[in-house]
Design a protein around this ligand. Structure first.
Ligand code: NAP
Length: 289
């Protein structure tokens, strides 16, 4: 039987519907959440992502402010932009769109964001809380979105084997912590580019979260029958369509023949990431009142 498709778009719409009530409660006190997005340079993919974030704000009645900074700006210009947004009481959430121009220290810029306005959840203080087992604050959007997708499948992952492929600061590492936290209780293996027995590890897993950035890397022969597979990867693969590319995940489409449940690309983790960003913006606004 082909795998169930985990519809990220649908779950994201449900999250947005929940948020509308909270946004309306804030508005009774004269508060409209406001998200500021700083974009440095003209990376086309970044502009697509920022556009999607702005449209989500518009749908929900969240104000959005976009600050464009030239690609040749110095570190200090970006830093002072962030400090200005921190000090502005009308701004509730601040994020700096990744990637920054090469040579600009992304971690140090992130750590300038007021942790209470850090809606990406990447500030050391917010990531530190996560390591301490406190998941009540601003969590990184993509891993938090994956957790919501898993909740929707009703998969009981307690004591089960999960493998997270990728160990980045923004996806793989916080994802592994969220899966291993008390109450979720998966037994987590973190794989990366130096992992030698990847196919065997995957074949032993009840849950695979792929966050690598390599199109179709995870193939059907790596999958334990019935396993759940979450595809975080978003890869542009060139073709001769009008756009010149199509989007592929890290998971090969054939995996659907073996897995129990699979998230699609597009329409899986992507919309969930945006919904969790909206959720963090509302949460940050509530915490600041
Ligand atoms: P990243 O920082 O480049 O990290 C990629 C990770 O994959 C690294 O840990 C790397 O290992 C590992 N890796 C690379 N090649 C590998 C291989 N052959 N076998 C096993 N592991 C390998 O990327 P990221 O920011 O985490 O993003 C990962 C993917 O998710 C990308 O496609 C990105 O576009 C996508 N993404 C999607 C969303 C969304 O909302 N849908 C959000 C964020 C990211 P090393 O650590 O050893 O280098």
């Amino acid at each position: 039987m082909p795998a169930t498709i985990i519809d990220g778009k649908k779950i994201a719409r449900e999250i947005e519907a929940e948020l509308i009530g909270r946004i309306s409660d804030l508005s009774k006190n004269g508060v409209v959440p406001c998200l500021a997005v700083v974009i440095v340079g003209d990376d086309p993919a970044s502009h697509v992502y920022v556009g999607a974030k702005e449209r989500a704000c518009e749908r929900l009645g969240i104000r959005s402010v976009r600050v464009d900074v030239a690609s040749d700006a110095e570190y200090e210009e970006v830093a002072s932009t962030v400090r200005g947004l921190n000090e502005d009481p009308g701004i509730n959430g601040v994020l700096v769109q990744s990637p920054l121009p090469s040579g600009m220290d992304e971690i140090s810029i992130t750590d300038l964001i007021d942790p209470q306005k850090d809606v990406d959840g990447f500030h050391a203080q917010n990531l530190g809380r996560l390591v301490q087992g406190d998941v009540s604050g601003l969590l990184p959007c993509t891993p938090a979105g994956v957790m919501r997708m898993l909740e929707s499948t009703n998969l009981d992952i307690r004591g089960k084997r999960a493998i997270v492929i990728g160990r980045s600061r923004i996806v793989g590492m916080p994802q592994s912590i969220l899966l291993a936290q008390r109450g979720v209780d998966a037994t987590v293996t973190i794989a990366h580019s130096r992992t030698s027995d990847m196919a065997d590890l995957c074949r032993s897993a009840d849950l695979i979260v792929a966050a690598v950035g390599r199109p179709n890397m995870i193939t059907a022969d790596w999958i334990k029958p019935g396993a759940t597979v979450i595809d975080v990867g978003v890869n542009r693969v060139n073709d001769d369509s009008e756009k010149g590319y199509y989007l592929s995940g890290d998971v090969h489409p054939d995996v659907r023949e073996v897995a129990g449940a699979v998230s699609p690309v597009p329409g899986g983790v992507g919309p969930m990431t945006i919904a969790m960003l909206m959720s963090n913006t509302v949460r940050a606004t509530e915490m600041q009142q």
